[in-house]
Design a protein around this ligand. Structure first.
Ligand code: BGC
Length: 480
């Protein structure tokens, strides 16, 4: 302060003391008030009880003490304490110990977050540590250095987190919502986490690969509500300072548009899909920090004129059944391979007269039709995790682990100029997680996963599929 020499001497004496504000490191206490009497290079000083004290207006961290012991520093002084020893407090990040920096914790932002407009805009996307671990496991099996470099890049992009069973989702929610909150506390940025709600009774009624734990009956609907949706709601309410996007039950409503007559399992599931949606929209659609997207399949499912028209009615009815809950919009191409743009195709025999043979044209048409059907909020998120390259599917209805897959456009808010109703490109289904097993003897074996263009042998849906991942990063477009 006034006498630098005196200060330096005190600082040297106090060097061993653990710091909680800049002044403490120099042998002075921190002020309890914030009246500034003097400012110098070290910071702002006040006087209390006849002594100089430091005013900590910025969090000040001691240098990372754990590095000298071979461990990194945790990203925030607010990190959860897992263990304490004589050197300090320890946390866990990315599956490893880290030293929690000593110092003034960043003030916790207790303000609830309110989404207005596009939830993907102006935020940082949360990186799912589980996917990072999966990719690390994949890298451990690689020898080609250029492939490894591409895989490393995959760890820097965001994926959705699938809440696919009652048992798993509790820890998925807690770990990742907490992770997003502590990232926010250390970076000061708003961190968006994207979850997929995926456990409807009678799930995946038209296929077998992703059949779920709950069956199409009243008892399982009650479980869906109380053991799944209510539990998610509880976690979302607890962590309300960061934005969350929920992607709701991929494929379910599209099955109600086209497969009620052809597939008895879909007819049996209809009631539960409808009641499940009404219930969850009422619950999640009133949370200000949450934005919801219902799923509309993809271009080669609902793209035809009659399907789009029918879809307008089904989705309008579902949304109003969830009132006063609000829905932001719709997701397309989830886990699918249809390119964003495919100028080589136009309506004709080749597309079976589908006027929407790529996702861009599909969304343009859906936007118009859904508005005409009276749906107020019509915004889209397109899954680009598998559609970087046009794969030779023989038939565009092929959806299982397609040979030649390439990861597509990187997750990004408002990615296409002039298309203000496209909220984002995002990786909803993680590249490298299987679309379905090719084991003919498995209970969830679906014939599509045995077709000519499906990669084989393939593990169960959701399990790591190294070949899928390696092809996907090799064929990335844009390249990694
Ligand atoms: C599977 C889920 C999995 C998800 C993400 C779905 O196809 O059915 O269990 O969580 O993909 O990989």
């Amino acid at each position: 302060m006034k006498s630098t020499i005196a200060l330096t001497a005190v600082a040297a004496l106090a060097a061993k003391a653990s710091a909680s504000c800049f002044a403490e490191r120099m042998g002075y206490p921190c002020c309890s008030g914030n009246e500034v009497v003097y400012t110098d290079d070290d910071g702002k000083w006040g006087v209390e009880n006849g002594n100089w004290c430091g005013i900590a207006d910025e969090p000040v961290y001691e240098s990372c003490w754990s590095e000298s012991q071979g461990y990194p520093c945790c990203s925030s002084p607010n990190a959860e304490v897992w263990y304490t020893d004589e050197s300090g407090k320890w946390g866990v990040e990315n599956g490893d110990w880290c030293g929690i920096p000593k110092g003034t914790p960043t003030p916790i932002d207790d303000e609830p977050y309110e989404i207005s407009g596009n939830p993907f805009k102006g935020v940082e996307f949360y990186i799912n540590p589980y996917y990072v671990d999966e990719v690390d496991g994949a890298i451990a099996q690689m020898t080609d250095s250029s492939l490894i470099a591409k895989a490393e890049k995959m760890k820097t992009f965001s994926n959705a987190i699938w809440l696919d069973t009652i048992k798993n989702m509790q820890s998925w929610l807690e770990t990742n919502l907490q992770g997003a909150q502590s990232q926010h506390q250390s970076s000061g940025k708003d961190i968006l986490t994207v979850f997929v709600v995926y456990d409807l009774p009678g799930r995946d009624c038209h296929a077998l690969a992703s059949n779920g734990e709950l069956l199409a009956n009243d008892g399982d609907l009650a479980r869906y509500k109380s053991e799944y949706i209510d539990v998610i709601e509880g976690h979302l309410k607890k962590y309300n300072t960061q934005p969350v996007v929920l992607i709701v039950e991929p494929d379910s409503l599209a099955n109600l548009v086209t497969n009620l007559e052809s597939t008895p399992a879909c007819a049996d599931s209809e009631k539960y899909y409808l009641e499940g949606h009404a219930y969850l929209i009422k619950k999640f659609g009133v949370l200000p920090h949450v934005a919801m997207y219902l799923d509309i399949g993809h271009a080669f499912w609902l793209g035809w004129d009659d399907n789009r028209e029918k879809a307008g009615k089904v989705y309008a009815k579902v949304i109003s059944s969830g009132s006063p809950g609000k829905v932001r919009g719709f997701t397309d191409n989830v886990s699918n391979y249809t390119p964003w743009e495919d100028p080589t195709l136009s309506r004709g025999p080749e597309t079976e007269w589908n006027p929407c043979p790529d996702e861009k044209r599909y969304l343009e048409a859906m936007h118009k039709d859904f508005k005409a059907a009276g749906i107020q909020s019509v915004y889209f998120v397109c899954d680009t995790s598998r559609n970087g390259k046009k794969v030779d599917r023989k038939h565009p209805g092929e959806w299982c682990n397609q040979t030649g897959v390439g990861v597509g456009a990187r997750p990004k808010a408002s990615p296409v100029s002039g298309m203000d109703y496209l909220d984002a490109f995002y990786w909803i289904k993680p590249l490298g997680e299987s679309d379905g097993t090719s084991d003919e003897n498995a209970v969830r074996y679906d014939g599509y996963c045995g077709h000519e263009t499906a990669m084989k042998p393939a593990p169960e849906a959701g399990q790591w599929f190294q070949k899928h991942f390696e092809q996907g990063i090799k064929n990335a477009n844009p390249p990694l």
